[in-house]
Design a protein around this ligand. Structure first.
Ligand SMILES: *Cc1c(COP(=O)(O)O)cnc(C)c1O
Length: 354
């Protein structure tokens, strides 16, 4: 433990809490009263400040805008029945935050500083954490380069900002998914494992094409052969095939998801075999045909556990069982929620109480 982080706090004079419709929370559009901002300059992090949420002034030459030295994290805080607010596994995000920073030649943040920053902001805006089933407060920490310099070189200055946003459920129905065999999200040696802003910009055209074709999401395949499934949008793709939980192993093309890790831990608790390995499109097709593919879902903080209703490979669509009847993903969803909302014990110590 480091000593308590020194944060300057300026509270808003006009809370927007009472004007906010908590029955209508489109993802990522509603922000709380405050944000946290810190600066990196002269080789150190400084000026940690919580202030009213609002626009910030920047030079139009900042290198984040031109060369994409920018990345983010996504975490959720939950409200328990007794009013307790907990953040789910922020220690894992702190580690991944620094992996992204290193890949993009950006400064790291001590894990304890990362966690204390988000906890301080969640604490100040704790009344913004929705007290409703399947609702949460989405926490968006991010960092970007702020040198006003057009040379292609790592910036010497950065901003770290945390925003928090109350959210409802992300996907409401089983997903119709396209297995993408033309475009590539990440290649070996690239930065797929980082939550780099540019990865998501690059995914938008293939994503829009899939939407225009009537799909909800796409599942990326490997860059070399397009034979092995990798990830699904901003979620890891997980399957139950012949009683075994299978998912792509984490490597430089795969984002090491906290939800993925959590699902694997639960499967192990339940003595369900787990294989982290290459998962071929072919075996999924075979599994769909034979009925041995009993579960398929995306796992991510924003999407939680998002069932795949059908997947399409080069024009042929394969339909899976009704998600309501799927034993594994239903049990994961229920158990995970019970832990997050404090209605079940938390044997792994995943909840960070604010
Ligand atoms: C954020 C993200 C995930 C899910 O990670 P979680 O830590 O579970 O939220 C998976 N894949 C990609 C590409 C992502 O951006």
């Amino acid at each position: 433990m480091t000593e308590t982080l020194d944060i300057k706090i300026t509270k808003t004079a006009h809370s927007r809490l009472n004007e906010t419709d908590f029955n209508n929370l489109p993802f990522g559009k509603v922000f709380s009263d405050h944000m946290l901002v810190a600066d990196y300059a002269d080789g150190e992090w400084k000026n940690f400040e919580i202030l009213p949420y609002g626009p910030i002034q920047m030079s139009p030459a900042i290198s984040a805008l031109h060369y994409g030295q920018a990345f983010f994290e996504g975490i959720k805080a939950y409200k328990h029945d007794d009013g307790t607010v907990s953040i789910f596994r922020p220690d894992k995000n702190a580690i991944r935050f620094n992996k992204s920073a290193e890949r993009l030649c950006m400064p790291t943040l001590p894990e304890e500083v990362f966690i204390q920053s988000i906890a301080a902001l969640v604490d100040i805006d704790r009344d913004w954490v929705p007290a409703k089933a399947d609702h949460a407060m989405y926490i968006r920490p991010f960092m970007f380069a702020t040198d006003p310099y057009l040379g292609v070189t790592p910036s010497a200055t950065y901003k770290f900002i945390v925003l928090v946003s109350p959210v409802g459920p992300y996907f409401s129905k089983p997903l119709r998914v396209k297995i993408e065999t033309h475009y590539t999200r990440a290649a070996e040696g690239g930065m797929g494992y980082a939550k780099a802003a540019g990865n998501y910009g690059a995914s938008m055209l293939p994503g829009r094409k899939a939407t225009e074709e009537g799909f909800d999401q796409l599942i990326w395949t490997d860059a070399k052969e397009h034979k092995y499934v990798e990830e699904m949008g901003a979620a890891n793709a997980m399957f139950v095939l012949d009683g075994t939980l299978i998912t792509a192993e984490t490597k430089d093309t795969i984002l090491d998801g906290v939800t993925r890790d959590t699902v694997i831990a639960l499967a192990k608790d339940w003595d369900i075999p787990v294989e982290e390995r290459k998962v071929s499109v072919e075996e999924l097709v075979e599994g769909a045909k034979s009925g041995k593919l009993t579960d398929a879902f995306g796992a991510g903080t924003a999407a939680t556990i998002a069932p795949v209703g059908s997947f399409c490979v080069d024009g042929t669509e394969y339909f899976l069982s009704d998600p309501a009847t799927r034993e594994f993903s239903q049990k994961v969803f229920t158990t995970l929620n019970a832990i997050k909302y404090g209605t079940a014990p938390d044997p792994h110590g995943w909840n960070y109480i604010v």
